[in-house]
Design a protein around this ligand. Structure first.
Ligand code: NAD
Length: 514
């Protein structure tokens, strides 16, 4: 990375002011250097929490859990309601901080905070709906039921690209379910996490002022790298870890959790595809594809990376798509009108160039992909999004490269394209563009897309918090956010109550003792 290492750069000053305004507390040090991808300037230098500090944080969170689980769930929901209010109040500041630290365009930075607000609203309602079933029992004068209890300390490990929303998808549920949270954010984006911790403390202060009981340690943020992540993963006091990041990370974390029989919510890499059928509405498809493939500079887990276009519409869609690729505004994400901001760092740029070279070698024709110069942001890594026409699905197409590369392929047979769609190791999100009801229904059926998310006539990118979010295969199998994802954050007990005077055994077993 070009070193525009000026701690007093404009972006650093603005970041410091925003953090101060939110009341965030930073532990200065040299271990973690936070740079803005916008121009490469240093935003802060922080101390790194090692294994010992993480273990201490888990101890505090464990103590908090023991008090918090006794607070009635709707009261716990009140704390999350206040968190949602505080996020509304500080939406502009936090959204701006997301843009400064991650390089998201303004609307996406604010959109990320909106997702946090939405999940808080969802969790508040949920706090009155943590219900179990009553189940028919075979024995007279007995009742069988399920009850849901808080599980303990929930570890949250998050990735750089959704530095705050992913935390909230887990934490809002965890809190109403009666758990405490230890959060290890990405070492690339600790500042937004510290800002969220300060916002959470404001909600706690209001909750206490209303007479609520909220123990210290309900949320612990550990700013660290792999050592603190591993300490969190290995600690027996943490019964559930929700880890978001690359498949490489999942391969390290998953077995460690399995070794101690802990629960895992793994939210890992995606390699998302869309199929464009002969009957597709091409105007709608163009917009859906362009946003899903180029939005967030291709740095969403749900980014569209593979596009299968029926040969009969290929020449009507792909030239228009290339035109859109050529005209999209790349630049400083803080400027109005910019649609594509920077990559997170030089490593991401190098990985993108390597994937494009491999695609060319495999017979692909690349449009775009070169480094773009943005005035005043020379230390950032900006790229023209790349559209690569591939003769077949091979080489880098079956991998996730976390950058704006869209591989485009022709198809002619529907069964074959479904097979190709599913013929990658990842299984996060997917789409079909069609107005043919049979194709749409096939795609979302058991024989269709094998992903956790399967959409019709909208792109694969992004998700509403109301649905369960996650994917299959190497994406890890975890689910978070809406629907009944909350069940992973609680432990279920099955209770049988005998209100009679005899003791009939199940399955007709006779075991009479005098
Ligand atoms: P990353 O894997 O480099 O890091 C993610 C987090 O894991 C960081 O906090 C990191 O410190 C931590 N970590 C890494 N190795 C660890 C270990 N051995 N033990 C414990 N913690 C460890 O990912 P990234 O570059 O920050 O994010 C991009 C990746 O995340 C992409 O692959 C993207 O698809 C994926 N992602 C997935 C989802 C999803 O919901 N499926 C959402 C966002 C991002």
């Amino acid at each position: 990375m070009t070193d525009t290492d000026q701690t007093a750069s404009g972006l650093a000053r603005e970041t410091a002011l925003l953090l101060e305004g939110l009341g965030a507390s930073l532990k200065a040090g040299d271990a973690i250097v936070v740079r803005s991808p916008i121009d490469g300037s240093v935003l802060a230098r922080l101390a790194e929490a090692g294994a010992d500090e993480t273990t201490a944080a888990i101890g505090r969170a464990d103590a908090a859990f023991r008090d918090w689980r006794r607070v009635p769930a709707p009261k716990r929901g009140e704390l999350v309601r206040l968190l949602g209010e505080e996020l509304r109040i500080h939406k502009a500041a936090l959204g701006r901080l997301v843009s400064l630290e991650v390089g998201k365009i303004t609307s996406e930075g604010l959109g990320e905070v909106q997702e946090m607000i939405d999940i808080c609203d969802f969790a508040v309602g949920l706090s009155r709906q943590l219900y179990g079933l009553t189940i028919a029992t075979e024995r007279p004068n007995h009742r069988m039921m399920e009850t849901w209890h808080p599980i303990g300390v929930v570890g949250v490990i998050s990735a750089f690209n959704f530095p705050v929303a992913v935390w909230s998808w887990n934490a809002a549920l965890a809190f109403v379910c009666g758990n405490s949270v230890v959060w290890k954010p990405s070492e690339k984006t600790p500042l937004t996490a510290l800002a969220v911790a300060a916002i959470f403390e404001r909600a706690v202060a209001r909750f206490r002022a209303e007479g609520g009981t909220a123990p210290d340690g309900l949320l612990e943020v550990v700013v660290g790298g792999r050592a603190s992540g591993e300490a969190l993963v290995d600690d027996p006091r943490v019964p559930l870890v929700s880890a978001t990041g690359s498949t490489v990370m999942g391969r390290a974390v998953g077995p460690r959790l399995a070794k101690r029989f802990a629960r895992a919510i793994l939210e890992l890499g995606g390699n998302n595809a869309a199929i464009v059928c002969p009957s597709a509405d091409l105007d709608l498809t163009l917009r859906g594809v362009a946003f899903a493939a180029m939005g967030t500079a291709g740095q969403r887990c749900t980014t569209l990376r593979r596009l299968f276009v029926h040969y009969s519409v290929y020449d009507r869609l792909v030239p228009r798509l290339k035109k859109a690729y050529g005209s999209v505004k790349i630049g400083n994400p803080l400027e109005v009108g910019t649609l594509v901001g920077p990559l997170i760092d030089e490593r991401a740029f190098t990985a993108m160039q390597a994937a494009l070279a491999a695609a060319t070698k495999a017979g692909g024709t690349v449009t775009g992909g070169a480094r773009a110069t943005v005035a005043g942001c020379e230390g950032g890594f900006y790229v023209a999004p790349a559209l690569v026409e591939m003769p077949e699905q091979c080489g880098p197409v079956v991998e996730e490269t976390f950058a704006p590369i869209l591989y485009v392929m022709r198809y002619s047979d529907f069964d074959e394209v479904i097979r190709l769609h599913n013929a990658v190791p990842q299984g996060l999100s997917s789409s079909i563009f069609t107005t043919d009801m049979r194709e749409a229904e096939r795609f979302v059926s058991a024989e269709g897309s094998d992903c956790g998310i399967a959409n019709v006539n909208i792109g694969p990118s992004g998700a509403e918090i109301g649905g369960a979010f996650g994917g299959e295969k190497e994406t890890g199998g975890g689910r978070e956010a809406g629907s009944d994802s909350w069940k992973a954050y609680m432990r279920r007990t099955t209770n049988t109550v005998n209100y009679g005077t005899t003791l009939p055994l199940a399955q007709g077993v006779v075991f009479d003792v005098e």
